[in-house]
Design a protein around this ligand. Sequence first.
Ligand code: ATP
Ligand code: MG
Ligand code: MG
Ligand code: MG
Length: 434
Amino acid sequence: MDIPWVSIGRIADFEGKVVELRGWLANKRSSGKVAFLIIRDGSGFIQGTAFVGDFFTKDQLDEIKRIPIESSLVIQGKVRREERAPGGYELEINSLQLVFPSEEYPIQKMEHSVDYLMERRHLWLRSKKQNALLRIRNVVMMSIHEFLQSEGFILLDSPILTPAACEGTSTLFELQYFDIGKAYLSQSGQLYMEAGATAFGKVYCLAPTFRAEKSKTRRHLTEFWMLEPEVAYYDWQDNMVLQENLVSFIVNQALKKCQNEFEILERDTAPLQKIQPPFPRISYTEAIDILKKKGAPAQWGDDFGGDEETMISEGFDRPVFIHHYPAHIKAFYMQPDPENPTMVLNDDLIAPEGYGEIIGGSERIHDLALLEKRLEEHHLPREAFEWYLDIRRYGTVPHSGFGLGIERTVAWIAGVKHIREAIPFPRQIYRIYP
Ligand code: ATP
Ligand code: MG
Ligand code: MG
Ligand code: MG
């Protein structure tokens, strides 16, 4: 009889059958004549039981009990429904092959500091919680593609090596590019997406983004992933509708596909159930008023940090748009409000539950002369932007887009406080290992 190799994630389909699992020993305990082995294979965790009896002698069982944690194993046994077991199923082991014994595993059950765990991130990924978290990330990524593709967007990959800074130069990673001169790691694919929007109408990139962020907050990494859609003929209001529909779709897909992960992470999903369009919209000036009423020392003209964003979002049960920021605290390419050119047609989307800004978006300047003026005001090297100005020379149109931070979105949905756990291998000022 052929015994099928199955994954633990699909074990429910094999109740009553004998199956083979190929995985690792995540944990174990034993009492007398029985060993309880927690097996993981990447798709899930299951408890296997081995007894002294038909399949194992007492000596064999003693050997099994001595198998070190994280050893690789191939086991066969019968799948049994077991209400009390985590996951609802158990495996009655009838054969066990030790593939390779593990050395003493450095991550044991007791509490480790995050620093200790981050030094061993390559191993920490195996843990139940980290596994659940990164599975949610996977669903977030796939939902983004699913939503945008169904809306007619084209995935247009942006370059990582770039000749110019998109916004300011203080957070750039710089490198020497052969004889040409300085190049920079991309801080945003937006400018390229603007070119793409005039070629394909609706485009997006989903790529790593690099910023030498000097601030050590729980919301900033030096390498993070950003989704950047850009649409020709969209104004700043169409842009917000796209954002609220996309974010709602992502959250709903996670609710549909990640119940098990939410349980492992003890994420209360009640706040996520409320995420549906439309999202509330307030102006920057209204946001300042909210802060003043709450006694925060906010002045008109200040940009918001994480604390302010949390205070503003407290009164809302879904993400809130803040639109019409003062132009001088925003990027050079944002379209001024025709009625009040000191303000721009932009929005920041602030997540609920204290997760802060997850999106920054705007209508872009489409007028050549105005864009040239802005480049000058911002002391940006004109030569590097000639191609970008071409977009305004040849058939310019109003267009809009935004950047959504993947790690912040994942951290919010998964309910983890620090975004360093929302990416497989985080890069921070003081961390580039492993
Ligand atoms: P913040 O005000 O929090 O520093 P930002 O306004 O500088 O963010 P944008 O340039 O608007 O960020 O980038 C778009 C999105 O990318 C942000 O809304 C956020 O979700 C994400 N993001 C920006 N910087 C980082 C970072 N250093 N680490 C992780 N995500 C980031
Ligand atoms: Mg920033
Ligand atoms: Mg910001
Ligand atoms: Mg922003």
